[in-house]
Design a binder for this molecule. Structure first.
Ligand SMILES: Nc1ncnc2c1ncn2[C@@H]1O[C@H](COP(=O)(O)OP(=O)(O)OP(=O)(O)O)[C@@H](O)[C@H]1O
Ligand SMILES: [Mg+2]
Length: 373
């Protein structure tokens, strides 16, 4: 087991004008399950490949434990990788697929057997050890690929979208298995995904990236409840956070969020942040509200009566336990999440909703940065 340290790491591909990874700084603790998340092309795989040694570091240093590894060959880095394409050997049995790496490393036969059987138990594939990969489902194949990594007993696991070939149900199930596996083995893991649900559910910490730059590093709950900027706020959470443009105004020592459609009193807990700002910057503000903080259930709306606003239902989306209402507040579209909708809610219906301003986020429209930190 080991910690991992990235110090001011850059990647310049020759064909690219801009670096694909810029000034990447991160300390990963021993035993962490760290998730790199971000949209396609933001540099996740590149970062992982530099850690694996499959890609050269252009600038900066990478350490595994106390060992400087920029120039160490991949096979000597004490890492094991699992990719989206699990590439099992079709002619070998599951057992042989899992054992192959150890065999090549001249590990003793009884030790190989011990490790393969243990990994098979953790992944619940003991009954499939004699089968060929072609006799397995996609999810089982992916577990064999994981097994192949586990038996190596590496200091660090590197995983690049290992679940993206699986269907939704299997993905959720394998996700849970991976979390359980990490709970048992406690091996430091760096896990790449573009799926914010995977990031939120799996990571002990999440690194959100955009255009090669780290946007935020934090525990999932903190990234969700206290995003650094509009990008993180919009990327993490589904449906995405609602954004409404306006300004913060002051009258008789109180602050309001205001635009053509609404004037909402801002709770006092935000005042210290607002007072820190240059008043000029209060003119273009974006209010951010999670769908669960746009209240549409009539009984509850009255609990927030000072923050009521008129809305028009455009679309109703039934999602099982949750219902999403797509609402128009004037020109702005916002989504409201209702749990177990007891009321009808029909498209074209007018209703009063409440914006839960005590849960609001405020961003500087120009920089996109949160002003609440
Ligand atoms: N071998 C390469 N040569 C040149 N440019 C590359 C190479 N690999 C990646 N890039 C560029 O680097 C940037 C980051 O790519 P990377 O594969 O790291 O993104 P990613 O975050 O893993 O995206 P995805 O979610 O689509 O897998 C992209 O702009 C990509 O075009
Ligand atoms: Mg990738």
């Amino acid at each position: 087991m080991a910690s991992v340290s990235f110090r001011n790491v850059y990647k310049y591909y020759k064909s690219e004008k801009e670096p694909s990874v810029k000034d990447f700084q991160l300390e990963i603790a021993d035993g962490e399950f760290l998730v790199l998340v971000g949209p396609s092309g933001c540099g996740k795989t590149t970062t992982l490949r530099m850690l694996s040694g499959l890609e050269e570091v252009s600038k900066g240093d990478i350490y595994i434990g106390s060992r400087f590894i920029n120039y160490v060959s991949p096979k000597d880095r004490d890492i094991a990788m699992v990719f989206q394409n699990y590439a099992l050997y079709p002619n070998l049995s599951v057992y042989e697929n899992m054992a192959l790496g150890l065999k090549l490393r001249k590990v003793a036969k009884h030790e190989i057997e011990l490790r393969v059987k243990r990994a098979a138990r953790i992944l619940e594939i003991t009954n499939h050890l004699e089968k060929k990969p072609s006799q397995l489902s996609g999810g089982q194949k992916q577990r064999v690929a994981l097994g192949r990594a586990i038996v190596r007993e590496p200091a660090v696991f590197l995983m690049d979208e290992p679940l993206s070939n699986l269907d939704a149900k299997l993905r959720a199930q394998t996700r849970a298995e991976l979390i359980k596996m990490h709970g048992t083995l406690k091996t430091t893991t760096v896990y790449v995904t573009h799926d914010q649900t995977e990031a939120l559910t799996m990571g002990t910490r999440i690194v959100v990236m955009k255009d090669g730059l780290i946007q935020q590093v934090d525990k999932p709950a903190v990234v969700y409840s206290n995003p650094n900027n509009m990008f993180v706020a919009g990327f993490i959470g589904s449906p995405a956070m609602n954004f409404i443009k306006g300004a913060i105004t002051e009258s008789s020592d109180e602050f309001f969020f205001e635009n053509k459609r609404m004037r909402m009193r801002i709770p006092e807990s935000y005042y210290p942040y607002i007072r820190k700002l240059n008043p000029n910057n209060l003119r273009s503000i974006v209010l951010g509200l999670r769908p669960e903080h746009v209240i549409s259930e009539r009984a509850e709306v009255n609990n927030f009566s000072e923050w009521k606003v008129n809305a028009l239902i455009e679309i109703k989306e039934l999602m099982g336990a949750d219902t999403f209402l797509y609402l128009k507040l004037g020109e702005e579209q916002v989504i409201s999440r209702i749990v177990e909708a007891s009321e009808e809610y029909m498209p074209e219906e007018k209703l009063e909703v409440a914006l839960q301003m005590d849960k609001a986020h405020f961003f500087d429209e120009t920089t996109g940065n949160s002003i609440c930190r």
